[in-house]
Design a protein around this ligand. Structure first.
Ligand SMILES: Cc1cc2nc3c(=O)[nH]c(=O)nc-3n(C[C@H](O)[C@H](O)[C@H](O)COP(=O)(O)OP(=O)(O)OC[C@H]3O[C@@H](n4cnc5c(N)ncnc54)[C@H](O)[C@@H]3O)c2cc1C
Length: 327
């Protein structure tokens, strides 16, 4: 697995409060970033983050812990462009402040068009850990190892039911990634599968600055990039649009499929590479903010590129959650 966070701090709060102004369910890129912006812009609010790190299940992984962590990208859509640019600025300011995000700056190379686009690749786990740490330092209460079991309306607010008890809040943000679907099955997000291959091919010096390469593969595309995995630079290969949701063939078959469908022709040196790890990821297909408000004061948020867009998502949701309550 890539970039798993270091051990949790030992001074975590243990007793869940019974009330808060805002409860954030999920401490991934969306939840952590929203907590970060709420702490900055609405310090008067009592904010609680509830997060659970599920046990690893290599056949089905869903959270930011497995993200490729690429931030910089070019979008023709101005909203997506703005979302990306804001996170790139945040990441750069953190790097300038000496925050370690294991960032690699190089470029995207679109093999089929020949274009080179500036790129920024980070550890999503380190970004999330930093945002949560910063929020915690500003008074946000973060409960890790706590499962959200459900959210139901109560009076003018909501009750969030967790493995540590129940907490009442005026406003609730549900940001559980692909797991939103379990709590709110009608929330309107489509899920998609992706695979990420960590190659048993240590990175030679001349490839350290390798562009993040986008390669047409079959009807979709694959991406090949260099990333720091557990402190070592590795070559990673990801794919989109190859895996059907109901496809049950073995993971290694997909490596062969990727090579056969164009990867080996475009990048012949990959033929010799062995896959060291194969990570299965489930993500939200929509790359923009998907926001549902099933009841007033209850927001369910998702985004398929939430690492890349985390600053925009966090700022936007923090503004929404700190608007004065009607009545
Ligand atoms: C292989 C792969 C590569 C990717 N590469 C990129 C990339 O390069 N750039 C990019 O921007 N995006 C990438 N993504 C997408 C990105 O990882 C997701 O968009 C992002 O993680 C979604 O963020 P989130 O905060 O909505 O949810 P998540 O990251 O899923 O975070 C949700 C949090 O809630 C917790 N949680 C879940 N259920 C519960 C519960 N019941 N109770 C308590 N806590 C719970 C989870 O453990 C997690 O901590 C990639 C995804 C995959 C699968």
């Amino acid at each position: 697995m890539t970039d798993l966070p270091a051990d949790l701090p030992t001074d975590l709060p243990t007793d869940l409060p019974t009330e808060a102004d805002v409860v954030i369910c999920g401490g991934g890129p969306i939840g952590a970033s929203t907590a970060h912006f709420l702490a900055r812009t609405a310090p008067q609010l009592r904010v609680v983050v509830i997060d659970d790190a599920p046990a690893d299940d290599t056949s089905h992984v869903t959270t930011y812990r497995y993200s490729g962590g690429s931030v910089r990208w070019t979008w023709s859509d101005p909203v997506k462009r703005e979302m990306t640019a804001e996170t790139a600025d945040l990441v750069r300011s953190l790097l300038a402040d000496g925050v370690d995000l294991a960032a690699i700056e190089n470029s995207y190379h679109l093999l089929h068009t020949g274009e080179h686009i500036p790129a920024l690749n980070i550890s999503a786990a380190k970004l999330v850990a930093h945002l949560l740490e910063q929020a915690r330092g500003a008074g946000v209460q973060v409960y890790s190892d706590t499962v959200v079991d459900g959210v139901r309306p109560e009076g003018s607010g909501h009750l969030v039911e967790t493995s540590r008890g129940t907490i009442r809040a005026a406003r609730v943000l549900v940001a559980l990634g692909a797991a939103n679907k379990r709590l709110f099955p009608h929330g309107g997000v489509d899920l998609e599968k992706r695979q990420l291959f960590v190659l048993d091919a240590p990175v030679p010096p001349e490839r350290e600055g390798m562009p993040h390469t986008i390669v047409p593969v079959g009807d979709g595309f694959g991406y090949v990039f260099v990333k720091s995995v557990e402190g070592r630079l590795r070559v990673l290969v990801g794919q989109e649009d190859i895996v059907e949701d109901d496809d049950t063939s073995g993971a290694v078959d997909y490596w062969a499929t990727l090579l056969d469908r164009g990867l080996a022709t475009a990048l012949p040196w990959l033929r010799e590479a062995k896959t060291e790890q194969i990570l299965w990821g489930v993500d939200i297909a929509q790359k923009k903010l998907v926001l549902d408000e099933p009841e007033p004061g209850l927001l369910v948020a998702g985004c398929g590129s939430a690492v890349r867009s985390s600053a925009w998502l966090g700022r936007t949701l923090a503004e929404r959650l700190s608007e004065p309550l009607a009545g």
